[in-house]
Each structure stands twice: as structure tokens, then as C-alpha cells.
Design a protein around this ligand. Sequence first.
Ligand SMILES: Nc1ncnc2c1ncn2[C@@H]1O[C@H](COP(=O)(O)OP(=O)(O)OP(=O)(O)O)[C@@H](O)[C@H]1O
Ligand SMILES: [Mg+2]
Length: 264
Amino acid sequence: MASLQESFIKIIDVHKEFYSQGQTDKVLEDINIDIKKGEVISILGKSGCGKSTLLNLIGGFEKPTSGSVFFDGKEVERPSRRAIMLFQDYGLLPWRTVRKNVELGLEPDNTLTPEERKDRTLEYIKLVGLEDSINRFPVQLSGGMKQRVAIARALAIQPELILMDEPFAALDTFNRYFLQDELLRLQKKEQKNIILVTHDIDEAVYLSDRVIIMDSQPGKIKKILKINLAKPRDRSHSDFQYYRKVIFDSYEFPTNTQAPDYNI
Ligand SMILES: Nc1ncnc2c1ncn2[C@@H]1O[C@H](COP(=O)(O)OP(=O)(O)OP(=O)(O)O)[C@@H](O)[C@H]1O
Ligand SMILES: [Mg+2]
């Protein structure tokens, strides 16, 4: 097992339960993961298996019921600016424009002058292609545009760890591919760590160094798959298809050997 120094993120024996309406729900069980500096990790699994909960634990938004999460050698106890979370529901403030929403993440950073903050905001709004909508409010944007604002806000902070909960789900194919490539470019340039929850097998294979496949009820790690392909990857290559198939097969979809009984 890697030591705390070797692993940038280390999750040790994490269990998570939620209590609601007098009932205890076991959501995550026996989670152990070691992540090295600069790795891109995807988390795949059925709806409700605990992917967002796991991301929240890594980001310090939730606490494990037992076990520990370490980030750069320190136990995670609260959210940090070094680790930014892109929430599944975008987390935009409805009363702020695109510009002000992106700038929001930079406001607590007093190492930036107002001019630098303005420039950085604009740089990341351009990156996600929203310069024409800079003065619009969230209600005036499509789902994909809101998602791009949230991506710009997270990247503008230039964190070491980016936690993304289905970040590209609402985007069309063109924008999704473009932003996946931008993300990989930034990641390579600045050796960022990315942990990404996705439902898209193709996205997981395209972006990740390793893919975590989860089982549900309670959420457990079923398999961790290393993707041994050089980046940038070719989605049409047979090796890429091979990894897609390995992941797809690990879901064990039931085969329809029997005709359904319609009871007519
Ligand atoms: N704050 C909470 N209180 C009670 N139960 C919760 C809470 N947050 C999540 N859960 C439960 O934990 C389980 C896992 O939820 P989670 O949101 O982590 O799933 P997920 O894998 O991200 O699903 P999806 O793919 O649909 O986003 C679900 O059964 C959910 O109802
Ligand atoms: Mg989720």
C-alpha cells in the first residue's frame, strides 16, 4: 500500500450512512482508494450508488461515518480552495450575471488585484465560449450554458484538485468533446488532479488514467481499471473499444433469454 506521502488523495476504510426519518441508510461501504499526484480518475456506477456522496467526502462537504480521507497528507475536515467541486446542479447564483458568477470564485483570493481578477474571469469565460453571454443571468441560459459557467468558475480558481459531478452531461457532443480536450490540456500543463463522476463510458475512457466502477446498495468499489493508452486518445481505435467493452461488461446487464410475460 502506498504511503501518505506517495498518494495525493488517500481514502481509508470509508463507510457512510445517512439517517433520515428514523432510518439508517448504508450508502458507502469499505471504500479504499489511493490517488497519485496528477492522476485523472473517473467514477462510474448506477444512479444512487453513492458517487456524489463519495465526491462530497473527498471535497470535505460530508464527513465519513467511519474511516478517513486524506488530501496531500492532511485529513479532510472541511472544504478547501485547493480542491474545487463542480456540483451536479451547477450551483450558480441566480441574481448574478455570467461574469459575476465566474468572478465569485476569485473574490476571496486577495493575492489578485481587481484588474487580474477581471482578466482571469474573462479568460475562462472565453475558454468555455460564453463571451457573448457575459452579462446574462442564469435564467436566460440553457442547461449546457449554465454548465459551462460552472466549469469556468471552477477552472478560474486554478485549484490542484477538481471534483466534477457529471460536468458535461448537459452539453452537446461538439461542446463536450471540446471541453474534454481543454480539461486534459489544463490538466497536463498544470499537473492537476481530476476526479470526475460520469454516466458516460466513452468519457471515462477518453479522460481517465483509472476508472472506478461502483456497485450499489450499499455503494462499494467493484473494480478499478487502469487505462493503458497514451493521450490524446483516439475514440475509434480498437484499444479504446476494448476498454469500453470491459467497462460495459462489468455492469452485468441482464440478458433477455426469456420473452416477457405480458399476461394478456
Ligand atoms: N443528505 C442525504 N440524506 C439522506 N440520504 C442521502 C443524502 N444524500 C444522498 N443520500 C442517499 O444516498 C444514496 C446515494 O446518493 P448519491 O447522490 O451519492 O448517488 P449517485 O450515485 O450520485 O446517484 P446519481 O447518479 O443519480 O447522481 C441515495 O440512496 C440517496 O438517496
Ligand atoms: Mg450524483
